[in-house]
Design a protein around this ligand. Structure first.
Ligand code: BES
Ligand code: MN
Ligand code: ZN
Length: 527
């Protein structure tokens, strides 16, 4: 793991140095000193390469004449007055990747802001560190050094590669103490992102409902309370919709509840359990609630999916991973908020016990559902999870995240999550949070006409609405299991996994949603 530190002392004269450059090839005071020391080398070099310091650009000078560095890396930040947290994080991520490519394990960075910068020095330093830490992720636990190797070739050795990653980054800034404090929070959030990526990347033979629940339980060390409702408990409670999805699987289903109490007043805390006089006996202030779809593998069930690409369905638990990561982030940075995370875990398999198309099932809410397509399973597990969450916690709001429909990928591609909201305030807050952290959302319509498409003769509703507007009818299905609290559904089918690397997100599980929910809370729901 990369260790980021902050210092306001002198810059080292040796090793690898990273230097911030702003639009117009503008160097800071220290940058200019280095340039003089090297007889104008930096300015000459930038002019020759037509390097202007635009955002996203970078140049490496190996063994700069007149200076003692191995590598001097110029990182472009663009226009100072246009600086955003996101652009700085991207610079941090890119720099981390470049340093790793060069095989550098230890580097210092000089971050100097020109006048009129849109962000303070401490925030820029901390966000730069955040971007680097976010980019410092690999899922390689199943890579081994076993097998036949050609003579003299150890390029594939995992260990050798490990040693060649950046381990230490010292950021030199005028505001080191404040930067360090801000960075501690971002590091906790990045840890949440990494937890989500790990869960999403894990294959379904390793990560199934019960093993998943155990892994979440381990997060109690961060200050979360974790309850596991096992198959038996779910049967007792009557979560028939959730259970119907796991019915065909050899693996038991589960529901995991994470509770974080960051806004409890006085000593009451968990002791207040059952004694409260308000609507919710478990908290003195109502929690915010996040609910996640956790299908550990989605074969489609009896409505079997085609073989091509089915392996992708190991990440059909992406929504739940975002919820786990977000809860870990809030607890890790000790956010002043009460929050609950509820994840519905099941494996959707075909078998002699599996739910059949045409089956009519019950649900925790009492409503009945005609299952016309067993591949529309996410909405079934979420139906019970939403009902349970509202019933038990009376939260301020509920946000569910789910890799729910292929149709949302057709509509929005891999740029935006689809957002279905019955509350304008919450929708606006999420949109703003998404822009800040780069977890973008785009609002999609809810309308009674879509709801009508779920009507059927034999039961209260069917689980598919037909070919048209597949993401909207899925959202309306969920809406039938929400009563009195503001609710937003995020369809993240296009976002949980990426085939391409972006500045601070390596390809693979993205951890989408963790930063979004954290930012939402940070901006609007902390005391
Ligand atoms: N998990 C899938 C949705 C999905 C598809 C996520 C591709 C990520 C990538 C979901 O359970 C599903 O199968 N949805 C069906 C719904 C249909 C049967 C109404 C779909 O989108 O085809
Ligand atoms: Mn499915
Ligand atoms: Zn699914």
């Amino acid at each position: 793991m990369l260790k980021v530190s902050f210092s306001d002392r002198a810059i080292p004269a040796k090793g690898t140095l990273v230097l911030s450059v702003f639009d117009g090839a503008v160097l800071g005071e220290k940058g200019n000193e280095l340039n003089s020391e090297a007889n104008g080398l930096l300015v000459d070099f930038m002019a020759r390469r037509e390097f202007t310091g635009s955002a996203g650009s970078m140049q490496t000078i190996t063994k700069p004449a007149g200076l003692d560095y191995e590598e001097l890396i110029l990182v472009g930040f663009g226009k100072a007055e246009k600086l955003t947290a996101l652009s700085v994080e991207e610079a941090g991520g890119r720099t981390f990747a470049r340093l790793c490519d060069l095989g550098i394990t230890d580097a210092a960075m000089v971050l100097e802001l020109p006048d009129g910068a849109a962000l303070d020095a401490d925030e820029v330093a901390a966000r730069f560190g955040s971007g680097a830490v976010l980019r410092d992720y690999r899922f390689d636990k199943y890579k081994t050094d076993h097998g036949v190797k050609k003579d003299g070739d150890d390029s594939k050795s995992k260990k050798a590669k490990d040693d060649k990653r950046l381990k230490k980054l010292k950021i030199i800034t005028s505001s080191a103490a404040k930067a360090k404090k801000a960075f501690a929070d971002y590091e906790a959030v990045a840890n949440g992102v990494h937890i989500a990526r790990d869960l999403v990347s894990e294959p379904a033979n390793e990560l199934y409902p019960v093993s998943y629940a155990k892994r979440v339980k381990e997060l109690e060390s961060l200050g979360l309370e974790v309850e596991i409702l096992d198959q038996k408990e779910l049967e007792k409670k009557g979560m028939k919709a959730l259970l119907s999805v796991g019915h065909g699987s050899e693996r038991d289903s589960a529901l995991v509840v994470m509770i974080y109490r960051g806004a409890e007043t006085g000593k009451s805390g968990s002791k207040a359990k059952g004694k409260g006089k308000g609507k919710n006996a478990e908290f003195t202030t109502p929690p915010v609630a996040f609910i996640g779809k956790g299908i550990t593998f989605d074969t489609g069930g009896i409505s079997l999916k085609p073989a091509a690409g089915m392996g992708d369905m190991k990440w059909d638990m992406g929504g739940s991973a975002s919820v786990v990561g977000a809860m870990a982030a809030l607890a890790g940075r000790k956010a002043k908020v009460n929050a609950v995370g509820v994840i519905a875990l099941a494996e959707n398999m075909p078998s002699g016990r599996a739910t059949r198309p045409g089956d009519i099932i019950g649900s925790l809410s009492g409503q009945t559902i005609e299952v016309l397509n067993t591949d529309a399973e996410g909405r079934l597990v979420l139906a019970d999870a939403l009902w349970y969450t509202e019933d038990r916690f009376k939260p301020q709001f509920m946000i569910d995240l789910a890799t729910l429909t292929g149709a949302i990928i057709v509509a929005l591609g891999k740029e935006f999550a689809g957002m279905f909201a019955d509350d304008d305030t919450l929708a606006e807050q999420l949109t703003a949070a998404g822009k800040q952290v780069g977890d973008k959302v785009w609002r999609m319509p809810l309308d009674p006409a879509y709801d009508k498409m779920l009507e059927t003769d034999g039961a209260d509703m069917k689980n598919i609405g037909g070919r048209d507007a597949g993401s909207a009818t899925a959202a309306h299905f969920l809406k039938r299991f929400v009563r009195d609290v503001p609710w937003v559904h995020l369809d993240i089918a296009g976002m949980a996994w990426s085939g391409k690397t972006t500045p601070f997100t390596p390809k693979g599980g993205t951890g989408y949603g963790v930063r979004l929910l954290d930012q939402l809370v940070r901006d609007n729901y902390e005391k």
